[in-house]
Write a protein that binds this ligand. Sequence first.
Ligand code: ATP
Ligand code: MG
Length: 437
Amino acid sequence: MPATTGVEAKARTMALALRDAGHEAYLVGGCVRDFLLGRAPGDYDIATSARPEEIAAVFGRGETVGAHFGVMLVDGVEVATFRSDYDYRDGRRPGEVRFETDPREDALRRDFTVNALFLDSETGEILDFVGGREDLERGLIRAVGDPRARFAEDHLRMLRAVRFAARLGFELDAATREAIVELAPRIGVISAERVRDEIERILTEGGARRGFELLDETGLLGEVLPEAAALKGVAQPPEFHPEGDVWTHVMMMLGAMREPTASLALGVLLHDIGKPPTFRVTDRIRFDGHAELGARMARAILERLRFPGAEVDQVESLVLHHMRFRDTPNMRPSTLKRFLRMPRFEEHLELHRLDCVASHGRLGNYEFVRARLAEIPEEELKPPRLVTGDDLIAMGRRPGPDFRTILDEVETAQLEGAIATREEALLFVETRFGAAP
Ligand code: ATP
Ligand code: MG
């Protein structure tokens, strides 16, 4: 049993407060599932017979969580009246909810049996109306009720099923899986933002490889990320990739990730996305320009899924630069330093490590870069500027596009160790670019 956290204690106290006021109240959903599995819950939910105004009378107003029909957020705990959902028309959300007095009704509207358990925090008793405990023991994600109907009501549940199966290492129950296969083409109705959140969570919450294999097997991948589905069956040169095709390579990398950030995981997923369209057989299989094309594809994919701009920039950079580690032993010092100081370089390095361990297994360039990173002090990677545009103006030069070139060359000379002081830099500008006109 995991240690009692502050929020958990809070949630239990809140359930008791509702009971003291004469209502039924239980911890419910993911927190009960995780508690029974001995995992640390992400958040806590309380289900209660109390109506929203009665909840407010016990806790004060709280924050009403907008779209969820009077669900109240009190100190980080979501408190919701027992309810049933009706009138799903658009495959996204109910048109109507009805408040209920019976927790069974509330269980029946939940997505999966393992998410529909209620915990009586006073007695420790579990209320299970849907066979959730048995599924928890057998490791099954099973829709509550008729899976076809439940996924038809709310298509997002299909991605949630994959996410929970991947994260918990569970199987999809056969009928649940069949229903997803049948309804997968409808996932496009769900907003890009909600699909994005699920993809990100599948990539980062554990079991990413399994998650993407399930997305593939159910046909969801072809709907939400057809470019990734296209990696399947794309052969690679065996001398560099003894593991097999591009898809296998990417799956192995997903499987080898260690608590990745979202951008790293997306970088892993997309680093070879440019391979299918650049595949060519000349002397051997080649993918000329796949990093450059892949970077553009990654940007287009992530913008389509409405990832934040900073995330898109970083993933694009990870994809664009992933082949450059090969060249690091031969880079001039200035080129190497500029490479090593890219934003969140540790993600570039980790992507490269994963790329190697999931293919030829040689870590020479990885070790080379790590050694350089350890020995080059930060101030040598990003030394203070020796001259500025104002200095160039003071020298009598007219501001223009060549300022960038001059300042870059000054920095290159500095990174090469050829100049180190302002005087040397000014002299460098005069000898290299001539006296000002
Ligand atoms: P996590 O650990 O990811 O937070 P969770 O099970 O707590 O998992 P939430 O999204 O926090 O999932 O939702 C809380 C509970 O609300 C779920 O356990 C489930 O009972 C119910 N629920 C959430 N989304 C849906 C949905 N789309 N359809 C039906 N029930 C849902
Ligand atoms: Mg939750």
